[in-house]
Design a protein around this ligand. Structure first.
Ligand code: DGL
Length: 276
């Protein structure tokens, strides 16, 4: 990062509200820094979109965060991490800018939760199709068998605050049965979509006791603490005045009311225009 002389906030990006579940934990572990959260609520969901579309949308939002002064951006979205992170890192990054995702930090430590070495992944269709978790987990832990299941209805349920409705019960139970049916020995389920922790009370109802259910927020936050310790050349370009700013590509009033559910605190967001 030596080319960049200035400091700036850490950018946190998600297709919508889900990244707030990760941001909440990052802020808890690293409260000294400035942050800008950007939710692309106008174009959510990403999980059902093509590789090319997720890449274009994510790239545009990451560059908006760079324009707002961020030198480091966290993709707090599994779908964007699966489909756009590598290409952005390899082809698009201006000098001195960094982008990190959520799949690698989660995959690295998943072995700490399983004794049977049978791990289930619940994610969007895009994340499942990318096979990113299977590849990443097997890179770090080849002894682990990974089973995946896509839950296309969960993000709309969460975005619409349908966290305990009849429909939510129906889909959560059905999707969990389909995942658990893939292996009798599965002892760990990873919520590999940043929206899913909001459904945790419901998920717990339908998962047999003794199976670990993992949300990523804390894992990603601890990994970022470690990353900033190991990379002082990045850390020194992150400003530390404890400010939080929130941007949405859709209606800020809607964002403010729903964001409170995800972030646990009242927030005030501003509108940021994107191309379509
Ligand atoms: N929060 C995103 C993730 O972690 C998914 C939401 C979407 O489909 O846009 O994958």
């Amino acid at each position: 990062m030596s080319e960049i002389e200035s400091t700036g906030p850490i950018g946190i990006f998600d297709s919508g509200y889900g990244g707030l579940t990760v941001f909440k934990e990052i802020h808890k572990y690293l409260p000294r820094y400035d942050y800008i959260y950007l939710g692309d609520n106008a174009r959510v969901p990403y999980g059902t979109r093509s590789f090319e579309t997720v890449y274009e949308y994510t790239k545009e939002c990451v560059f908006k965060l760079f324009d707002l002064g961020c030198n480091l951006v966290i993709l707090a979205c599994n779908t964007a991490s699966a489909k756009a992170l590598r290409t952005i890192q390899q082809h698009d990054l201006p000098a001195g800018k960094k982008v990190l995702g959520v799949i690698r930090p989660t995959s690295e430590v998943v072995d700490q939760f399983t004794k049977t070495n049978k791990v289930g992944i619940l994610a969007t269709q895009g994340t499942v199709n990318s096979n990113s978790y299977v590849i990443e987990i097997n890179k770090f832990h080849p002894e682990i068998d990974v089973f995946q299941h896509a839950c296309p209805f969960w993000v709309p349920l969460v975005e619409n605050n349908e966290l305990n409705s009849e429909g939510a019960h129906f889909f959560v139970q059905q999707d969990l049965e389909q995942l658990l049916g893939q292996s009798a020995d599965m002892d760990t389920i990873l919520l590999a979509c940043t929206h899913y922790p909001l459904l945790l009370p419901l998920i717990k109802k339908y998962v047999p006791k003794g199976i670990n259910i993992i949300s990523q927020g804390e894992l990603v936050a601890k990994s970022l603490v470690d990353y900033l310790n190991r990379h002082p050349e990045v850390e020194e370009h992150c400003s530390k005045n404890q400010t939080l700013q929130f941007f949405t590509t859709d209606n800020p009033i809607d964002f403010n009311s729903k964001a409170e559910i995800f972030f646990g605190k009242r927030i005030e967001s501003k509108f940021l225009k994107v191309s379509t």
